[in-house]
Design a protein around this ligand. Structure first.
Ligand code: 5AD
Ligand code: SF4
Length: 481
């Protein structure tokens, strides 16, 4: 396969723009159109935004030409993600000019936070700029714009978790949902813009998390993914930023709850509710989390554990807080406690000073772990991060070649894992209709692998046993038994 094809196949979240919509019967009054880019947290945030504006009488539409308000929820993680959003803004501009002159345009999320007022100057079309912690202010900001002024709120909070807001489940399948448990990140990896765009880390009240999970189950949902930039770092001690835990009272400290404790409670909401979580940070993931996973049948045997590099020297430059040996020890702990646990990763190649030797260490780490799946990226300098002060010295062709090498290796490993499953039967939760055929359903195993099979008399949200008969590196195919 050519390098171009391999690169094309690698998933890049900056391409995931998705338009979200409320159900027909909720249509009334003014209409908004929301498009989301970036991580799952952004998609989950768009559901919070929809909930806040729904209460203001807005409904959603998939037709931008009839929207009174157009929002783009943006990502800053790599330059490419930002370029995608800028292209969309040009597109909105053409719609506004040719078809819908009255529409207002708002930029939400990480790019709003990174560029602030600069956005209004650079992109004359943008009317509203709102950072990830300021969505409650949207009704005021919209009123301000309707009053003829531009509106910006990029205040970052130490407390905001939107705990009391019940997200409007947009564009979903009614079976799987995201539940946000932490916001922000304190880890300060040198390449990463998130601490600057999403602020200090804070955890959401466990009662509100458990209630949301129970409500989702009662509404027919059968799988939830607990979301946070760094879920293993979850710490509830009565509210406030994680960095202020030291100042909490002795009673608050004694009653505090960590991620393993929370996971244990969420798993008990109902044995028929599957639990996943994302993202784990190797620096913070303890064996108590793995033990809790092993204890509960309904916590899926799948961990997304970004590694970023196989070289301890590069990991140190990235300020990841672990080295190669520590990461591999964690992998051994997982495999020892949950032998069939599927593991996926994020990897960055071409970070400042990365040598051929460092790259070989990345390849050999991949051989050791044999990940089930991987998201792989070329290093992209983010302005004002600590790494931006280092020289981005790896030539583009070298980055391209190293990326192609790790993608090729990962594809071989993914295929290996898929082939191992041939002839076996697995429990699959039915999530939707296959994109390729109306006659087939799509679902996932506990290992997060996609399975396609004939519909029969089954319904969305059912658990079925599927015998695997065929596979590609991305999908299993089988028959319900
Ligand atoms: N360049 C390339 N990839 C990055 N990521 C985060 N920051 C950068 C950057 N500056 C990747 C990491 C992270 C994933 C969400 O995006 O692999 O885990
Ligand atoms: Fe992108 Fe990170 Fe912001 Fe998510 S938190 S939208 S991945 S920059």
């Amino acid at each position: 396969m050519s390098i171009e094809k391999l690169l094309e196949k690698n998933i890049d979240e900056s391409k995931q723009g998705e338009v979200l919509q409320l159900s027909e019967n909720e249509k009334s009054g003014r209409k908004m159109y929301i498009e989301s880019y970036g991580c799952q947290m952004n998609f989950s945030d768009s559901e919070i935004v929809a909930s806040i504006l729904h209460n203001e009488g807005f409904s959603t539409t998939k037709d931008i030409t009839e929207a009174d308000l157009v929002f783009v929820n943006t990502c800053s993680i790599r330059e490419k993600a930002e370029l995608t959003v800028r292209k969309r803004l040009e597109f909105y501009n053409s719609i506004k000019r040719d078809k819908n002159p009255g529409m207002l345009v708002g930029v939400l999320g990480c790019m709003a936070e990174r560029l602030k007022e600069q956005f209004l100057e650079e992109e004359k079309l943008v009317d509203i700029v709102v950072g990830p912690d300021s969505y409650r202010d949207l009704p005021n900001l919209i009123a301000q714009v309707e009053d003829g002024r531009k509106a910006v709120n990029v205040f970052l909070s130490l407390e905001e978790t939107y705990a009391d807001i019940s997200p409007v489940r947009l564009g979903g399948n009614g079976v799987t949902a995201f539940v946000s448990i932490t916001r922000g990140c304190d880890n300060m990896c040198t390449f990463c813009v998130v601490p600057y765009t999403r602020g200090r880390e804070r955890s959401r009240n466990p009662e509100s998390i458990l209630k949301e999970c129970q409500d989702l189950f009662n509404d027919g949902y059968r799988e939830i993914t607990l979301l946070g930039q760094n879920v293993d770092s979850y710490l509830w001690y009565g509210g406030g930023a994680k960095k202020d835990f030291k100042k909490a009272s002795d009673t608050a400290k004694a009653n505090s709850l960590n991620f393993a404790n929370l996971l244990d409670k969420v798993a008990q909401v109902n044995p028929k509710l599957r639990i996943r979580f994302s993202t784990s940070n190797p620096q913070d993931m303890g064996v108590d989390v793995i033990d809790t996973m092993a204890k509960h049948e309904n916590i899926c045997n799948y961990i997304h554990l970004p590694v970023q590099s196989g070289s301890s020297r590069i990991l140190k430059l990235m300020n990841r807080g672990y080295n190669r040996d520590k990461y591999l020890k964690l992998i051994d702990d997982i495999k020892q406690r949950i032998p069939d646990c599927a593991i996926s990763m994020d990897m960055i190649i071409g970070f400042c000073t990365e040598t051929e030797e460092d790259h070989k260490e990345t390849l050999s780490l991949m051989d050791y772990v044999t990940y089930d799946f991987g998201y792989m990226f070329k290093y992209s300098v983010r302005p004002n991060t600590p790494a931006a002060r280092m020289e981005d010295d790896i030539p583009e062709e070298t980055k391209q070649r190293r990326l192609a090498e790790i993608i090729e290796k990962q594809q071989a490993h993914s295929l290996l894992h898929m082939r191992e499953k041939l002839g076996n039967s697995y429990e699959v939760l039915i999530e939707g209709i296959s994109k390729k055929s109306e006659q087939h359903y799509y679902g996932r195993t506990t290992y997060n692998s996609a399975v396609v099979f004939e519909k029969g008399n089954h319904r969305l949200g059912d658990y079925v046993m599927v015998k695997i008969e065929d596979c590609t590196s991305a999908t299993l195919k089988g028959k319900v038994i």
